[in-house]
Design a protein around this ligand. Sequence first.
Ligand SMILES: Nc1nc2c(c(=O)[nH]1)N[C@H]1C(S)=C(S)[C@@H](COP(=O)(O)O)O[C@H]1N2
Ligand SMILES: [Mo]
Length: 221
Amino acid sequence: MLGLGAVGVATAPYVQRGMEAFLGAAADKDPTGLSGLLPNGGGFRYYSVAASVPRKDARNYRLTIDGLVENPTTYTLADLRSLPQTRVVRDVQCVTGWRVPDTPFEGVKLSHLLDAAGVRPEGRAIRFTCFDGTYSESLTLSQARRDDVLVALRMQDKPVSHAHGGPVRLYVAPMYFYKSAKWLSGITVTPGVVPGYWEERGYDVDAWVGRSNGRTDAPTV
Ligand SMILES: Nc1nc2c(c(=O)[nH]1)N[C@H]1C(S)=C(S)[C@@H](COP(=O)(O)O)O[C@H]1N2
Ligand SMILES: [Mo]
């Protein structure tokens, strides 16, 4: 649905222009809806490594938890909304340099979903997959259990928009934003870390803000 070619961090300015053009055209057709998504109203850049991403909503969205767990589970959006919600407000920091201060995210703690699924003793890491069919991410189990790691349903106090990875994205507050996988559809407990999309292309697996990727940004916390 995002009308972009294969794109990514390396071509960020190009992506930005493409996304603005796309959202601009859409906003003309729907003046009530999309103008709030336009960049510059918040400093975000919209990234997708997939050429197109299907839209999912409460009718067809599913999140599966599987792998090394006692109880593999599939959640609907309503299921996720019915669980305890946690709100975290930190700076968003992209590894390419842009930062958006004090951005609220809200959703279910990943640790809650992992506890509900029952991680087996051999489980040491998490692999995240996305319904864009392309992107993936990873965390160690101890990183994934942090209180500031969310399966986010809301961003900036609104439902996560399609452009920002809605209806559900991962949110990893203390790490560069590439860890926060958009269009989240799969959480698989694995015996070890499986490097994600950008990690296979050179970014650090442990993506702590200011302590990875050769960067010295101030922490987001
Ligand atoms: N599925 C998916 N998730 C993704 C990406 C992506 O291309 N595809 N890009 C990552 C990167 S590099 C960043 S900076 C953020 C951008 O999030 P935004 O588009 O909401 O600003 O999403 C991260 N999650
Ligand atoms: Mo990024």
